[in-house]
Ligand binder design. Structure first.
Ligand code: DOR
Length: 445
């Protein structure tokens, strides 16, 4: 099957060109195609932009074990709607993904249910070093340096030293310092309201853990990716280690701050906690300067009933895969950022950080994971229209301009103003860790 997409503004890493793109099977086979070419389907994309599909390298899709919150089918449908064609999922399911066997169970499940492409991290525990050393078919190792949803936690120094010394897969971590969180919680006594979340999981908790992880990565010369940076203070640490490590930020840490607790309550209760307006600014600046390279969602749904419990019984986490791209395209519409920057942070950079084969850009030979976006389309985000199983969003009531209107996964249209068919089209992502990650591929593969 050959598909010709013509007259789109095609977003390449460095420029936007009005041209045509030809897909055959699961691949992009030609760009700037002769107009008389034979194709089974010709799409006139006049007025629309063609982007590589978004790669979200941090999501919690809750299967197995927590499928009342979300599952791979519901989450991957929400991805297709939001323009996310590939996700990397975290290990804090039940059971946790801490062995090769569990990893392969998840991969098998996703092959039967996922609408979009998938990969799964292996989770570190103080005892599973041999699994981490031998793991394959995974982007890397996830360490919780501070506890969050689930019981994964490694905060003993000797266990951390061994993981960084003896494994070769890239490592990524949730950086909030467990000891600081516990000390703060004790000092404040019983929390009175959700705003206390940002005092317990404070700036120091984030900075201490990030500094500790960067020190481990630096001493062991180990590739390391800092998940969901939430403070301007951590950005200063990242700047020191530029060219060794990579980092990411989530939309909620760019758009929300402690002033939003009054309006949104536990809907913005997250780990790491949201911080101040000046942290929002520091994170934007770090993206623009390249100190943070990736935007990911940390999509972490909980039911409304769970979120409606009084703090601290309410769990931390919010859903975001179906709105993350639109949130950034809306910033393009407002003139704050460019569409090339969005493609860099959400497509090209995550593909390079995790050594994904043939993903992240529009180029001949790359996978036909593509999205058409309409930069003029305005839509209000509403709880009732969310596809994530939990059926709520912290962005309820906000109108954004710039939305995905069509999504291809491996050459199949999976979303075209609605799900096209329910057959799972996602494929396992291939990782070639010999590439050496983001900094080794700065000028392209
Ligand atoms: O708020 C959070 N919730 N942060 C995490 O890192 C985990 C997540 C979850 O799984 O609920």
């Amino acid at each position: 099957m050959k598909t010709l997409i013509k007259n789109a503004s095609v977003v390449f890493p460095e420029e936007v060109l009005q041209t045509s793109v030809l897909l055959e099977g699961s691949k992009i086979v030609d760009i700037d195609v002769a107009s008389q070419i034979d194709a089974d389907e010709v799409i006139d994309a006049t007025g629309l932009h063609l982007l590589p599909g978004v790669i979200d390298d941090q999501v919690h899709f809750r299967e197995p074990g927590l499928t009342h919150k979300e599952d791979l089918a519901s989450a991957s449908r929400a991805c297709a709607k939001g323009g996310v064609t590939t996700f990397l999922e975290m290990p804090n399911t039940i059971p946790a993904t801490t062995t090769q066997e569990r990893l392969e169970e998840k991969l098998a499940l996703a092959s039967r249910t996922s609408m979009v492409n998938y990969g799964f991290y292996i989770g570190a525990t103080p005892e599973n070093l041999s699994e981490l050393v031998a793991a394959n078919r995974t982007p890397g190792i996830k360490i919780f340096l501070g506890s969050s949803t689930g019981d994964l936690l490694v905060d003993q120094q000797d266990a951390l030293e061994r993981i960084f010394a003896e494994t070769t897969l890239p490592i990524t971590a949730h950086c909030e310092d467990e000891a600081t969180i516990r000390k703060n919680a004790q000092q404040f006594g019983p929390p009175r309201n959700v705003a206390d979340h940002s005092k317990i999981r404070d700036v120091a908790a984030a900075v201490i853990a990030t500094r500790r992880a960067l020190d481990l990565a630096h001493r062991h010369r180990h590739r390391f990716h800092v998940l969901h940076v939430s403070t301007a203070a951590e950005v200063e640490l990242l700047a020191i280690h530029r060219h060794l490590i990579t980092a990411e930020v989530c939309p909620h840490h760019l758009f929300f701050n402690t002033e939003d607790y009054e309006r949104l309550g536990t809907r913005v209760q997250m780990n790491p906690s949201i911080k101040t307006a000046s942290d929002n600014e520091g994170l934007w600046q770090a993206l623009e300067e390249g100190t943070i390279q990736v935007i990911a969602t940390d999509h972490a749904p909980h039911t409304r009933e769970e979120k409606d419990k009084p703090y601290p019984s309410s769990p931390s986490g919010l859903p975001a895969v179906e709105n993350s791209l639109a949130l950034m395209l809306d910033q393009v519409h407002r003139g704050r950022i460019t569409i090339e920057q969005v493609v860099h942070w959400m497509c090209d950079a995550p593909a390079r950080v995790w050594d994904m084969v043939d993903k992240g850009r529009i180029a001949v030979g790359y996978d036909a994971d593509l999205i058409l976006v309409d930069l003029e389309r305005s839509e209000e985000i509403r709880d009732e229209t969310q596809w994530a199983k939990c059926g709520w969003t912290p962005w309820h009531g906000e109108t954004l301009t710039g939305w995905c209107v069509r999504t291809w996964v491996m050459g199949h249209t999976v979303f075209n103003q609605g799900i096209v068919d329910q057959t799972p089209k996602g494929e396992e992502v291939r990782f070639d860790h010999m590439r050496g990650g983001y900094w080794a591929t700065e000028s392209g593969h």
